[in-house]
Design a protein around this ligand. Structure first.
Ligand code: ASP
Ligand code: MG
Length: 418
């Protein structure tokens, strides 16, 4: 039997009517001849409520009990989904993580898969069950305790099952109808992509296109699981949504596939740090220990270089705005401990990051020049630039973010297919 994984996110199972709607889609695939593994999230808002209850009960909570509580949302939807399918005469049963058993590490709240043995589910399919409904986001540790995978983890559960059971595809049903060239709220010219490569999706996912958990895309890339993102609120068929797949499967490939952004960025500059071997490690070591997600880094000649006996440099980096306090504390602590010295820490919390992403960049020159020209024509000043093989990012004033996204979308003609 060919096998399909179908994952339904929180908004797709938010109430009984929506669960019925999702179950209809499962029934359609069963009628097409598939065995189906359904992965469900908790009803939307449920996990937040559970996390809130834990925090209110015990601010310094025992992470094992956090997982016991927070995993429960998915158990409810798994049982309800199985019941709904049974009401439709589709032979189905639910499975909590430990029943499969989905074996994970014991890193509570951020567990990773160790193994998903097939035997139990395979035996049920052999008995004639058509659908196994699995509670997403959870597993069981070697110690026998319930674990969770981190927020948004049901996507990763879905991909892991697709890999373990050699599924033909992993369909991720959500509240958007696919992956767009950019956020349609910023430009109405945003176009839904038919296909996108794993690598591009990873760049877009980590840049803030929050449709898929980044880990799920990493896993899909490693095991070559074809992922399809589509809406549970639409009528859907085999061609709906966006396919996230290996780049070999993509014939038409534009130089740039999408424009991503991240609105709440900060730019920090350490003015006149010593220019010596080890200085970058002395700065970024403490930042990483403090959990600051440093993104772009530039080392430049200090305007205040004159008058210093030893060579000095300025070090600029970006991080999310809400981590500025942590960054400042870590840097001050390093200075007080004599590990680094600087004259000033300049902080600009009004920045945003805009990036163009595309595997076509590997083989095409001139993408950066085109990007910078488009921004220049709009009078947008670039504060910091960073590049990778398939991405160019710029840090700009937040007030120009929408404008920058729109003009880049135009400059690379992303509204046109092919
Ligand atoms: N219910 C979990 C969360 O809200 C996992 C998921 O839905 O992916 O984070
Ligand atoms: Mg999600």
């Amino acid at each position: 039997m060919p096998l399909l994984v179908m994952k339904f996110g929180g908004t797709s199972v938010a109430n009984l009517e929506r669960i019925r709607n999702a179950a209809e889609k499962v029934r359609t695939e069963v009628a097409r001849g598939y065995d189906v593994i359904v992965i469900v999230s908790a009803m939307s808002g449920k996990t937040n409520e559970l996390v809130g209850w834990v925090n209110e009960t015990s601010p310094l909570y025992d992470a094992r009990e956090y997982d016991a509580v927070v995993s429960s949302g998915e158990n409810v939807t798994a049982g309800l989904m199985a019941l709904t399918l049974q009401e439709m005469d589709v032979p189905a049963r639910s499975w909590q993580g430990w029943q499969v058993p989905i074996q994970t590490t014991s890193a509570h709240g951020a567990a990773r898969f160790v193994d998903i043995p097939r035997a139990n589910l395979d035996a049920k399919f052999a008995e004639g069950f058509k659908v196994a409904v699995i509670a997403g986001f959870q597993g069981v540790s070697a110690e026998g305790r319930i674990t969770t995978l981190g927020r948004g983890g049901s996507d990763t559960t879905a991909v892991a099952f697709a890999a373990a059971f050699d599924a033909e595809r992993c369909d991720i049903y959500t509240d958007v109808d696919g992956i767009y060239t950019t956020d349609p709220r910023i430009t109405s010219k945003a176009r839904k992509l038919e296909k996108i490569s794993f690598e591009e999706m990873l760049e877009l996912a980590s840049l803030g296109a929050k449709v898929l958990q980044t880990r799920s895309v990493e896993l899909a890339m490693r095991y070559k699981v074809r992922l399809r993102v589509l809406s549970s609120f639409d009528e859907t068929d085999e061609t709906s949504g966006t396919l996230v797949c290996d780049e070999d499967e993509i014939m038409e490939s534009k130089v740039v596939s999408g424009v991503a952004y991240s609105r709440e960025e900060a730019k920090l500059t350490l003015v006149t740090v010593e220019d010596r071997p080890g200085i970058a490690a002395a700065i970024f070591g403490p930042l990483s220990e403090a959990g600051v997600n440093v993104d772009m880094i530039v080392q430049n000649i200090s305007e205040n270089a004159q008058g210093h006996e030893k060579p000095v440099t300025d070090m600029t980096f970006s991080c999310p705005v809400d981590q500025v306090g942590r960054a400042r504390k870590a840097l001050e602590a390093a200075r007080d401990a004599g590990q680094i010295s600087y004259e000033a820490l300049e902080v600009d919390t009004d920045a945003a990051k805009v990036s163009v992403v595309g595997i076509g960049m590997r083989s095409h020159a001139g993408v950066a020049a085109r990007m910078f020209r488009a921004l220049a024509e709009e009078g947008v000043n670039i504060k910091v630039i960073a590049t990778s093989e398939i991405k160019i990012s710029v840090l700009i004033d937040r007030k120009y973010m929408e404008l920058a996204v729109q003009s880049l979308h135009d400059a690379f003609e992303l509204d046109k297919a092919g």
